[in-house]
Design a protein around this ligand. Structure first.
Ligand code: PBG
Length: 362
């Protein structure tokens, strides 16, 4: 680097900052960053010790949240069609999964229920019952493995006969405030069952504040809220909807409540409102196609920010790996590190136990 030339470049363009302030990076003109051949970026990459030293981000097991699927069944496990390696678990098997997670050092699991078709109705009335599959599973998991964090969705879609996250009027329009009232009762049932954190994934307006007030009024002020704050109407949820049986029930789509994939500023408004209403942590979902949103949210609000590597992301990586088209372990670890680089504090991922094993093995 030539300091004289650098100074001249800076004084001649005082008002311009950032990219434009930099003179063209040719050797004769000089660059504040230096230039080839004095600078050779590859020097820092020449050996493993040096690459480790200059690494800017790191993935650890403490960054992982493991979503699992529950089913009320005599069979311990039943496979999820389009998520190779993922099974629905009965409660006893879910306890074992929680033990496994704790052993691997995974901080939290996030169970999702496959609800019997006969228990689904237009208002999702099963969702608020203390004896439903989720509440029974939460009790069983917390009694078997008290130290594991249990985070549960608050949303009606597994329980409604029409597959929507809310209740509908007779024209099929989502009733926001009526839905929020039911979500509060669902959150209370889960809190009474011993859940550590509720995660409203429904995208109704005002639900975070309402759930916070309901929890506090019932003495559950220690129950955390992880808000699915910026949740997009995405095609990447397909395999999940098979896993919980909502592809079969869903009428229409979720575009009147989940966000338009075209939008980014709107995500900041959603996140800002949820924080103001009392969210302890926020989530962006899906993950890989929305890393720009993760970065903006983290930079803007500096709150605990999570990303959900959703079922379709898992499915596409697994499918390619099983076909021998990609190195499965390598792209799994690379995709998870990408979330960290984008600013995520943690990742909900079906790869959690696999990734934890890889991390443990070093
Ligand atoms: C339901 C919910 C969905 C997911 C998490 N909670 C799907 C949806 O909104 O239809 C998706 C998770 C995944 O695809 O892995 N409220």
């Amino acid at each position: 680097m030539k300091p004289m030339k650098l100074e001249r470049a800076e004084t001649s363009r005082p008002a311009v900052t950032g990219e434009l302030a930099r003179p063209a990076a040719s050797a004769d003109q000089g660059s504040p960053l230096g230039a080839y051949p004095q600078v050779r970026m590859r020097r820092n990459r020449k050996s493993p010790w040096s690459r480790r030293l200059v690494a800017e981000n790191v993935l650890t097991t403490s960054d992982l949240i493991w979503p699992i699927f529950l089913v009320d069944s005599g069979d311990a496990r039943s496979p999820v069609a389009h998520m190779p390696g993922v099974d629905r678990l009965n409660i006893a098997e879910a306890q074992r999964a929680a033990e496994q997670a704790a052993k691997l050092g995974i901080p939290a699991i996030a169970p999702f229920p496959y609800v019997e078709r006969s228990l689904r109705d237009p208002t999702g009335s099963e969702a608020i019952k203390a004896t439903n599959l989720m509440c029974r599973a939460v009790r069983a998991i917390k009694s078997a493995v008290p130290e594991i964090g249990v985070i549960t969705d608050v949303a009606l879609d597994p329980y409604t006969s029409h597959g929507h996250d809310g209740v509908l009027d007779d024209r099929g329009v989502i009733l926001n405030d009526d839905t929020v009232a039911i979500l509060c009762q669902q959150a209370l049932a889960l809190a009474a069952a011993g859940v550590d954190c509720v995660a409203p994934s429904d995208m109704m307006d005002g639900r975070i504040g309402a759930i916070r007030r309901a929890l506090d009024a019932a003495g559950h002020d220690e129950v955390q809220i992880l808000s699915y704050a910026a949740k997009y109407a995405s095609g990447f949820y397909g395999p999940f909807r098979d896993a919980i049986g909502t592809n079969a029930t869903l009428i229409g789509d979720k575009r009147t409540y989940q966000m338009d994939p075209a939008n980014s500023d709107e995500a900041l408004r959603e996140v800002g409102l949820d924080i103001a209403e009392g969210a302890d942590m926020v989530m962006v979902k899906p993950g890989m196609p929305y890393l720009d949103i993760v970065r903006r949210v983290k930079d803007t609000f500096a709150v605990p920010t999570y990303a959900y590597q959703v079922s379709g992301e898992y499915a596409m990586l697994q499918a390619a790996a099983l076909n021998g088209w990609l190195d499965g372990e390598r792209v799994m670890m690379e995709s998870l590190l990408g979330f960290k680089r984008a600013g995520a504090d943690g990742i909900l991922t079906y790869f959690a136990p696999e990734a934890a094993r890889v991390l443990k093995a070093g």
